[in-house]
Design a protein around this ligand. Structure first.
Ligand code: GLA
Length: 396
């Protein structure tokens, strides 16, 4: 809760504050120099849940190097919940000795030797969402431990937080990480409960905006949401994202088996339009070629990672049709024409709704088809199959 200005503050002082607020950006980026473009990596949770081990992490890192995922830009290898089992007599966090017999430092060294970066999970509450020890009251101790282990990324969850304020709890860990001295990407995972886009820009590098993603088109169960439901909740959040501070619509489900290849392509495309963190959540060691092709597509990844660092927005929704647009450097636009319906639909986009003056002739490239379609006046129309997307790059 923001404190009200003191009722006896002088008028002049209030004018100064007013001028400052009016001229400052709404969200000030966390100044740790990291994630100037949305982070890319892999996280264990979506596919493996609590079934994590050093063998899984090592073989995943090996696979990311050998299958081209690392070369496509995926960098962070992140162990989610369940790596930790207890605290020792001095309060130090203890990794599961059966699943991580060589210890976390050795594992981080292994990942680093592959040219990748290493991430861990903890929670702002007393216990994690899976009931393991959380960091509450141990923030400094844990941050120092992470630095000593060589942790580069911390996902920090929000279960069992009692009545603590999110802004305070996440600020405490941000300060502890800073004090520990090792640059760490700080990933806030409080599910959008306290509108982190309003306050987390100078706290974390990314913040979850919703409950957990589920591997389906539009299902909803408890706090699990299909990706199109999450997509709908990103509309309007675009102004809060930028270099060093990203909205996080949750990790990718691409390749986890609950959707068709077409649907995974749509999910991936929209995450790129959103400038979302691209954290793969599938089994890197057993990837069918069509899944690898989606996750490593250079043209779509370039949309996500564009140097302008602007999150895309929905320009139109009518019925089953969505048109999304992300501004890119060079006055280009990435456009996604998404068909949520059960049969083919013709979807139109006009240059005017992309922010161009209407009469222009603009070049259109089909990003998935790898096809330059030519120059078009005023707009473009595509036939889009059910649950599919046509991804375009429109350029002057
Ligand atoms: C929460 C998070 C998930 C995952 C689990 C782990 O549900 O939102 O992403 O980290 O906890 O228990």
């Amino acid at each position: 809760m923001k404190k009200p200005l003191h009722q006896f503050a002088s008028f002049g002082w209030m004018v100064c504050v007013g001028m400052l607020l009016a001229t400052s950006p709404r969200v000030v980026a966390l100044d740790n120099g990291l994630t100037l473009t949305p982070p890319m990596g892999w996280n264990s949770w979506n596919k493996f849940g609590c079934d994590v081990s050093e063998d899984l992490i090592k073989s995943t890192a090996d696979a990311m190097v050998s299958n081209g995922v690392k070369d496509a830009g995926y960098q962070y290898v992140i162990i989610d919940d369940c790596w930790q089992v207890s605290r020792d007599s001095t309060g130090n966090i203890v990794a599961d000795p059966k699943r991580f017999p060589s210890g976390i430092k050795a594992l981080a060294d292994y990942v680093h030797a592959k040219g990748l970066k290493f991430g861990l999970y903890s929670c702002a509450g007393t216990n994690t969402c899976a009931g393991r020890p959380g960091s509450r009251g141990h923030e400094s101790q844990d941050a120092l431990q992470y630095a000593a282990w060589g942790v580069d990324y911390l996902k920090y969850d929000w279960c069992n937080h009692g009545d603590e304020s999110a802004e305070v709890a996440y600020g405490t860990m941000r300060d502890a990480l800073k004090h520990a001295g090792r640059p760490v990407v700080f990933s806030i995972c409080e599910w959008g409960n306290n509108k982190p886009w309003l306050w987390a820009g100078n706290v974390g590098n990314l913040w979850r905006t919703t409950g957990d993603i589920h591997d389906c088109w539009d299902c909803k169960e408890h706090y699990w949401l299909g990706w199109t439901r999450i997509l709908d909740q990103q509309d309007g959040l675009e102004s809060f994202a930028g270099p060093g501070h990203w909205n996080d619509p949750d990790m990718l489900e691409v390749g986890n088996g609950g959707m068709s290849t077409t649907e995974y392509k749509s999910h991936f495309t929209l995450w790129c339009i959103l400038a979302a963190p691209l954290i793969a959540g599938n089994d890197m060691r057993n990837m069918p070629p069509e899944i690898k092709d989606i996750l490593t597509d250079g043209e779509l990844i370039a949309v996500d990672q564009d140097s302008l660092g602007l999150q895309g927005r929905r320009v139109r929704k009518n019925g089953n049709q969505d048109v999304w647009m992300k501004r890119l450097h060079g006055d280009s636009r990435a456009v996604a024409l998404l068909n949520r319906g059960s049969s083919d639909e013709r979807i139109i986009v006009s240059w005017e709704e992309l922010g161009y003056p209407g009469p222009l002739y603009l070049s259109v490239r089909d990003l998935w088809a790898k096809n330059n379609l030519g120059k078009f006046a005023g707009g473009f129309t595509a036939s889009v199959p059910s649950h599919s997307v046509v991804a375009l790059k429109v350029s002057p």
